[in-house]
Design a protein. Structure first.
Length: 458
């Protein structure tokens, strides 16, 4: 740990990296030639050195998953047809994005090279999981190259950096931050005149040096990891909404974008349903204390939301909800004072690598929620050896963020009186100072969000 800090400090002094901003643009932000040009404008208008991290153009990652499915399912014809269709789309993008014929040619050569790489996986004996990783990685490679071609054409100097040259995860799929600091720091050092670095979000090397990724939506995480690794001045996440809202705008009218929010609150909200941010992406930024600014590419003048170390207001600041929750209740056979019971329960989840979202306990029973039900049957079968088991599906977690520490009183009353007509399955209060969570049936979610909106934001 200390070694990482010193390494970073040394690099910071050498390179003045603290003045670097990391700007991440999501799939819709680079989703069309028009928005790619808009992103270039935004980037140009932000002063100082910056690293631009891009997602794949919206729709591409899903399409590449489909290609991988065809290839691993040995549907050669479908794979080829789908690849041809994608090439057609990208060629259209190039024609609209680039005016210069030489640049167009170069871009089309790059596209055909990448899609031939995909086709090269047809009939290989590589493991299916590796084929998929190799294929889905191409989306970010395409978007960053297209962006770079556009910058070149408009005369903006930039350096395109391959994420494979510095982004790495270990055996447990955890990012290796010292490696990122060292390798990316070295790259920056070798390009003292570069103002704009462009790199891919999402993709990385595995511990074996193979192509890997940071899981769906992982470009935010890439930006946060880079920002933390070099202790940047700021990380900016540019998407298609004007920041983090106080409630879910898809279900509640007249929500508003928050000016600021603490790392703790943002982590809870992102994990429990706020779609604007990949849940893990708050963690590296919080550790390195690098503020994260959420901005809207399509409304660049809107202030957005800043996530940083800041005062948390009494009571509820924001609400989010996450669907697809399954609750499992386990009632101990041995009843009272059964020590070791919880350990036994947790071991089952650990064995099946299924993470637990929420827990509530009574003396004789425990309720646990999960969102990954891949191993639900096995988990239930093993839990039945410890106690009686009940499973409820189609639930949502409603997460309220704010300051609920014990010296703050009254928030509970407002929350529960707002929900007087809604059946509540679980409540978690006091796990952290900054979060209260409730589990309800998904069919009551909208009603609950609306009622809370009326009752808690006064
Ligand atoms: N392109 C990847 C995805 O769609 C990563 C990202 O966009 O954040 O999941
Ligand atoms: Mg995203």
């Amino acid at each position: 740990m200390f070694k990482d800090v010193f390494l970073t400090l040394k690099l910071q002094l050498e390179l003045e990296l603290r003045f670097m901003k990391v700007l991440k643009f999501g799939g819709t932000s680079v989703g069309s030639p028009k928005s790619i040009k808009e992103v270039a404008n935004i980037v140009r208008n932000i002063k100082g050195k910056k690293t631009v991290v891009l997602s794949a153009m919206s729709g591409t990652t899903n399409a590449l998953h489909k290609v991988a499915e065809y290839i691993t399912g040995e549907q050669e014809k479908e794979a080829n047809e789908f690849i041809d269709e994608l090439i057609g789309k990208y060629v259209e993008v190039v024609n609209e994005l680039l005016a210069d014929e030489a640049h167009q040619k170069e871009a089309i050569a790059l596209i055909s090279d990448r899609f031939e790489f995909l086709r090269g996986h047809i009939g290989t004996d590589l493991e299916a999981a590796q084929i998929e990783k190799n294929i889905v990685a191409q989306g970010e490679i395409l978007s960053t190259n297209l962006f770079n071609f556009h910058l070149k054409e408009v005369g903006t100097k930039a350096t395109l950096v391959s994420a494979f040259d510095f982004m790495e995860i270990d055996e447990a799929n955890e990012p290796v931050i010292p490696k990122i600091t060292e390798a990316y720091g070295e790259i920056i050092k070798n390009h003292p005149d570069t103002e704009i670095f462009v790199t891919q979000g999402y993709i990385c090397n595995s511990h074996k040096g193979a192509i890997d990724n940071l899981k769906r939506g992982g470009s935010d995480y890439s930006a946060s990891l880079i920002g933390a690794a070099i202790v940047a001045e700021e990380i900016q996440i540019w998407t298609d909404i004007d920041g983090m809202h106080n409630n879910d705008p898809r279900f509640v009218d007249s929500t508003f974008s928050l000016k600021e929010i603490s790392f703790d609150e943002a982590a809870e909200l992102a994990y429990f349903g706020a779609k604007i941010l990949h849940p893990q992406s708050v963690i590296p930024a919080r550790k390195a204390n690098v503020p994260v600014l959420l901005k809207n590419t399509f409304e660049p003048d809107a202030p957005g939301t800043i996530i940083k170390n800041c005062e948390v207001p009494n009571g509820v600041r924001a609400i989010a909800a996450k669907d697809g929750i399954t609750a499992i209740k386990i009632k101990s056979f041995r009843m009272l004072m059964a020590y070791g019971f919880l350990k036994g329960v947790f071991e089952v989840f650990e064995k099946y690598k299924t993470s637990i979202d929420m827990i509530t306990t009574s003396e004789v029973a425990v309720s646990i929620t999960i969102d990954d039900t891949t191993h639900l049957d096995e988990i239930v079968a093993e839990l039945q050896e410890i106690g009686s088991v009940e499973v409820d599906t189609d639930l949502s977690i409603v997460c309220l963020a704010g300051d609920f520490s014990e010296q703050r009183t009254g928030a509970g009353t407002a929350i529960f009186s707002s929900l007087s007509n809604i059946p509540i399955r679980m409540v978690s209060y006091g796990g952290s100072n900054y979060n209260v969570s409730l589990v309800i049936s998904t069919q009551h979610k909208k009603e609950a969000l609306v009622a809370l909106n009326k009752g808690v934001f006064k």
